[in-house]
Design a protein around this ligand. Sequence first.
Ligand code: AMP
Length: 113
Amino acid sequence: MSETLFEKIIQKEIPADIVYEDELSIVIKDIHPQAPIHLLIIPKKVIPKLSDASIEEQEILGHLMLVAGKVAEQLNLDNTFRIIINNGAKAGQSVFHLHLHLLSGRTLSWPPG
Ligand code: AMP
């Protein structure tokens, strides 16, 4: 199976602006930011979308949430940010390698589009 875009970034085969990395995850700046701060929190293990995750991925899923909080703290986001997961093409998912969007730095309206 061909590598996902994010696997290529994880393998450092294509460049990205990496803001955090550990054994289970990597955090990069989104190339088309939708807010002054727009990060992607990506597991190193390929899970195509959230609804494909199983109990074996429970630790990874929890880890991604904790990384979001840690990075937000490091960037002094004042505990003000939004996490989004697009699940499936009709929900806006374009890269089929699970990732959390972290948006911050502007007023975030509700409901989202
Ligand atoms: P989604 O549409 O939820 O699958 O999110 C995929 C995100 O990846 C989009 O917000 C894109 O702007 C972003 N993206 C695509 N290519 C790159 C890249 N090379 N580096 C960083 N972000 C990217």
